[in-house]
Design a protein around this ligand. Structure first.
Ligand code: F0G
Length: 363
C-alpha cells in the first residue's frame, strides 16, 4: 500500500538535507492538477487548475510549513511565530501542534476570514490581533524573532520557499513537462518566488537531485496577479492602506518584492492587477462551471488569465496552469452572495414532493 508521504519525503533529494533530519508532516502536497474544460473553451488554451485548497489545512502554505517547522525542530526550537492574513497562521498552528511547539500568530485587526481564525484557535496558537495591517504585523514579527527565542516561519524563512517550490515539481510531474504559462495570485510574493525557483531547478541538469538530467525542457512564463487595491508591484511603490475583499492578499509592501520582479523578468512573464469584481466573477465561474471551490484571493489567478485573454495576450493552444491557493470553505461569505451582491437565501419548501418538484422546476 502506498500513500503520498508529504513533500519532504517525496522530493528529499531536491531539498536541503537539514529538512529531512526531523520531518514534521501532515502529508501535504500531492494535490490534483485538474483540467478546466470551461476555462479552456473560453480562452482557447489548455487550462489546468492546481488545487492547493486540498492541502491538510486548506492552503498551499502547508508545503512551506512542513519545511519551516521541520527545520525549526532540527534546530531544537520550541516556539514559532508568524504574521499572517490567515492561511499562514492556520498552517503554522497546525504544524506547531503536530511538533509539540508553541505558536504565536499576529493577524491584522479585522480583515481575516473566520475559517482561518478558527483553525489557529483550534490548533492552540496564541492568536494576537494587532492594531495594524499585515505589513505592520510582519515588521513586528521580524523584530520579535531577532530579540526573543522564537523562530519566524513567514516566507522570509528560506525553508518556506524550499517547501513551496515542490508545487512546480508536481505540475511538471503531472504534465510531463513545464507549462507555457503559470498564473498565480501575488500577496507577500513568497509563492511566485518559490514556483519560479522550482521550475528553474527542474529544467536544470545541475540542480540538487537532478543527477545530470533535467526534468523539464524549459520554464513557463510566470504571470502574477495582485488585487487592484493592493498592487504595490504593479504600481511600483508600497501601498500604505491596501484594501481588497481578497483578504489573503491584502498586502501593501511584499517581503519578496524583488524576487517577484526577478521571477517576472527572468521568465518573460508579467505582474498585473485584477479588481475585486473580476476576482468575484472568477470565483463564481470556478464554483459554478469548474466545480472547484476556492477562497477569493485564489480566484485572482483565473481573473488575471481572463483579463489577459480579453487583451489578446493568451496564445492559442498554450498549456496554462492556474494555482488556486486556498479552499473556499476558508471564507464562505462570498459564495452566499449572488452576482448582484445580494445575499442568497435558500428557498423554503414544505415536506411535500409536489411543492419540492415545483421548486426544482420539475413540475
Ligand atoms: N492566496 C492565498 C489563499 C494566500 O493565503 C496568500 C498569502 C496568497 C495567495 C499569496 O501568496 O503571499 O506567497 O504571494 N497569504 C499569506 C498569509 C500572506 O499570511 O496567509 P504570497
Amino acid at each position: 500500500v502506498h500513500q503520498w508521504r508529504g513533500v519532504i519525503a517525496e522530493y528529499a533529494d531536491r531539498l536541503p538535507a537539514e529538512l529531512s533530519q526531523q520531518v514534521v508532516t501532515l502529508r501535504e502536497g500531492g494535490t490534483p492538477l485538474i483540467p478546466a474544460e470551461h476555462l479552456s473553451e473560453l480562452t482557447g488554451a489548455q487550462v489546468h487548475l492546481k488545487y492547493e485548497g486540498l492541502n491538510p489545512t486548506g492552503s498551499f502554505k502547508d508545503r512551506g510549513m512542513t519545511a519551516a517547522i521541520s527545520a525549526a525542530a532540527a534546530r531544537g526550537a520550541k516556539a514559532v511565530l508568524c504574521a499572517s492574513t490567515g492561511n499562514t497562521s492556520a498552517s503554522a498552528a497546525a504544524y506547531a501542534a503536530k511538533a509539540g511547539m508553541t505558536c504565536g500568530v499576529l493577524v491584522p485587526d479585522g480583515h481575516i476570514a473566520m475559517g482561518k481564525l478558527s483553525q489557529a484557535v483550534a490548533h492552540g496558537a496564541t492568536l494576537l490581533q494587532v492594531a495594524g495591517n499585515f505589513d505592520q504585523c510582519l515588521v513586528v514579527a521580524r523584530e520579535l524573532s531577532e530579540k526573543y527565542p522564537i523562530e519566524l516561519v513567514n516566507s522570509v524563512n528560506p525553508a518556506r520557499i524550499e517547501g513551496q517550490k515542490t508545487a512546480s515539481f508536481e505540475v511538471v510531474d503531472a504534465l510531463g513537462d513545464a507549462p507555457d504559462i503559470h498564473c498565480l495570485p501575488v500577496g507577500n510574493a513568497g509563492n511566485i518566488t518559490a514556483y519560479w525557483q522550482g521550475y528553474r531547478e527542474y529544467a536544470d541538469p545541475a540542480a540538487p537531485g537532478a543527477n545530470g538530467q533535467a526534468a523539464a525542457t524549459g520554464t513557463p512564463a510566470m504571470w502574477g496577479f495582485q488585487a487592484a487595491g493592493a498592487a504595490p508591484i504593479v504600481l511600483g511603490h508600497p501601498v500604505e492602506e491596501p484594501d481588497t475583499i481578497a483578504t489573503a492578499i491584502r498586502i501593501g509592501n511584499p517581503a519578496s518584492w524583488q524576487r517577484a520582479e526577478a521571477a517576472r523578468d527572468e521568465s518573460g512573464g508579467l505582474i498585473d492587477m485584477v479588481t475585486d469584481e473580476e476576482i468575484l466573477d472568477a470565483h463564481r465561474l470556478l464554483s459554478s462551471r469548474e466545480g472547484v471551490f476556492v477562497e477569493p484571493a485564489s480566484a485572482a489567478s483565473v481573473a488575471g488569465l481572463l483579463k489577459m485573454h480579453a487583451a489578446g495576450r493568451v496564445p492559442a493552444g498554450a498549456t496554462i496552469v492556474c494555482t488556486v491557493t486556498g479552499h473556499g470553505l476558508k471564507d464562505t461569505q462570498w459564495a452566499l452572495k449572488g452576482a448582484d451582491g445580494d445575499d442568497v437565501e435558500p428557498t423554503r419548501v414544505p415536506v411535500d414532493p409536489d411543492g419540492i418538484a415545483a421548486a426544482l422546476g420539475l413540475a
